[in-house]
Write a protein that binds this ligand. Structure first.
Ligand code: PMP
Length: 385
């Protein structure tokens, strides 16, 4: 049996998406910038893709820009808005548990003379809105808070954060990395006071190398990728029509089946959390039910190194992720997210992440739990204390 529980890393594309992408690559392969019929046709798909995606969040299609994925979207939103607003101040706020594609641009901004405040998190990976209030300053120009944490599935208080930020100063750009939230939660950038929002296609059964950035109309964000002036000069480069169209097909699919898919994911999550809890010496780091994301369960198995367990599971056809970038090399940092949650050392180095998609089944989970029940005592016996 095979059980793929690493859907937060990436997902399979659906047959519909695969067909759509192939069609764009083999039949309707024109360059939307071309003046002839083939170009006009490609432009039509691009516009439709923008409309479909805009509709999933009830925003205007003019506010959707296609990118190569969320890493680019995050870099663009953060550096582009810092550059555009630097004259109003040089203070930026973010959380200590963002993805590297937010943290690294933040480090870059620090090197350029910006000051960054990193908000701490609780034991489940959530920031406190009081800390956010305290962090806001007269010279704050940008705040970035992820929607769902990719390692533990914590849902950050994005809506409250948006309100607090805008009550303080309407001109602060509020950026949200929604990679792990899009398709799993309903996102309303307008109501939530979000100015820029990042998504990656391959997390929602779309193709890799595609994503988008939502940029609220009139939000001050400079372009970063300069060239032929595509996408209103905001993101140059020949448009990736297969990627954008494939992502749109995947996005529509997600939101068309939203209620049944989330119900299924929540059932999977509950079954896995109950099962893991019933095993000896496990520690769960994800909040149950809708208190956390429906598709992520993080769990420590103290006494067993994550990689050891990961590969033992792999040998049985079960694919998971080590919830940490923890390595046998002691010089490498353990996961910053888990460390920021102040997990004790034995939990830090023994954490696995199980992440689900609509294609996972209860049978796969029962199989994984049965394998774990067998493996854990054996692996613990070999661990030196
Ligand atoms: N943000 C979060 C929360 C993510 O989980 C990921 C992907 N792991 C990214 C950003 C980056 O996405 P991509 O690698 O597709 O650019």
């Amino acid at each position: 049996m095979e059980a793929y529980f690493d859907n937060s890393a990436t997902t399979c594309v659906t047959e519909d998406v695969s067909r759509a992408v192939v069609k764009m690559m083999t039949e309707d392969f024109g360059n939307p910038s071309s003046k002839h019929h083939k170009g006009v046709e490609a432009e039509h798909y691009l516009r439709q893709a923008r409309e479909i995606i805009a509709d999933t969040m009830k925003v205007d299609e003019k506010e959707i820009y296609f990118t190569s994925g969320a890493t680019e979207s995050n870099n663009w939103a953060l550096i582009g808005s810092a550059l555009a607003n630097a004259r109003s101040g040089k203070h930026v706020i973010t959380t200590a548990v963002e993805h590297a594609s937010v943290l690294m641009p933040m480090h870059f901004l620090q090197q350029q003379g910006f000051e960054v405040t990193y908000l701490p998190v609780d034991e489940y990976g959530r920031i406190s809105t009081d800390d956010l209030k305290k962090a806001l300053r007269k010279d704050t120009i940008l705040a970035a808070v992820m929607y769902v944490n990719n390692e533990v599935g914590a849902i950050e208080p994005v809506e409250e954060a948006g309100k607090i930020i805008k009550d303080w100063n309407r001109n602060i750009i509020f950026h949200v990395d929604a990679v792990q939230a899009y398709g799993k939660l309903r996102i309303r950038p307008r109501r939530m006071n979000i100015d820029t929002l990042s998504v990656s296609s391959h997390k929602i059964h779309g193709p890799k190398g595609a994503g988008f950035l939502y940029v609220r109309d009139k939000a001050k964000v400079n372009p970063l990728i300069l060239g032929g002036g595509q996408q209103k000069g905001m993101r140059s480069g020949t448009d990736n029509v297969p990627g954008a169209w494939g992502m749109a097909v995947a996005a529509r699919d997600c939101y068309d089946h939203f209620a049944e898919d989330t119900a299924h994911l929540l059932e999977l999550k509950k079954r896995m959390m109950d099962g893991l809890r019933s095993l000896d010496h496990t520690v769960l780091h994800s909040l149950p039910g809708q208190e956390g994301a429906p598709h992520i369960v993080s769990c420590s198995f103290p006494g067993i190194r994550s990689e050891v367990l990961l590969h033992a599971l792999e040998a049985k056809g079960i694919y998971v992720s080590s919830g940490s970038a923890c390595s046998s090399n002691r010089n490498l940092p353990v996961s910053t997210v888990l460390a920021e949650m102040h997990l004790p050392e034995d939990q830090l180095e023994s954490t696995l992440r199980f992440s689900f998609s609509r294609y996972n089944t209860a049978e796969e989970e029962d199989y994984a739990l049965e394998v774990l029940r067998e493996l854990l005592p054996k692996l613990r016996r070999y661990t030196r204390h």
